[in-house]
Design a protein around this ligand. Structure first.
Ligand SMILES: [Zn+2]
Length: 139
């Protein structure tokens, strides 16, 4: 039942770099990798961080342009990977999904990784009812 996500220290540093670059706005990225299914639990392993622009240029929300999404998906599939996470930052709040995040998480049922300061947490929809937190391993 417990899902996990594995990211490398280097990837984490990269995500922190995106947060600094986008500040005071939210940064966002797509995480490509592979999913290992073991019984009823999934392990998401990040292989690649794909930076995407926050079209909202906002401190409280983000959105990704269609053309950026298409380009990112082309990169993901051409590398033989799949989308394993949607990353964004919360420059001025904690690492927990906002109301808008929760709505979009229902539409995009992959792990959502939120970085707020030094705090990083991952969540995924729990069969359409609310969200559950994933165990996050930094390797
Ligand atoms: Zn958010």
């Amino acid at each position: 039942m417990l899902d996990s996500m594995i990211i490398t220290f280097k990837q984490l540093e990269m995500l922190k770099g995106l947060a600094e670059k986008a500040y005071p706005y939210e940064a966002c990225a797509l995480l490509a990798g592979s999913v290992e299914v073991c019984g009823s639990s999934n392990t998401y392993r990040v292989e690649q961080v794909i930076e995407v622009d926050n079209a909202d240029r906002s401190s409280i929300s983000f959105s990704i342009r269609d053309e950026d999404l298409i380009k990112a998906y082309e990169t993901i599939t051409s590398n033989g990977l799949e989308l394993v996470g949607i990353f964004h930052t919360h420059p001025f709040s904690n690492a927990y999904p906002s109301g808008k995040d929760l709505r979009y998480m229902q539409i995009n049922p992959v792990p959502w990784i939120i970085l707020a300061g030094d705090e990083i947490r991952a969540f995924i929809v729990d069969e359409g009812k609310g969200v559950k937190e994933l165990r996050l391993f930094i390797s």
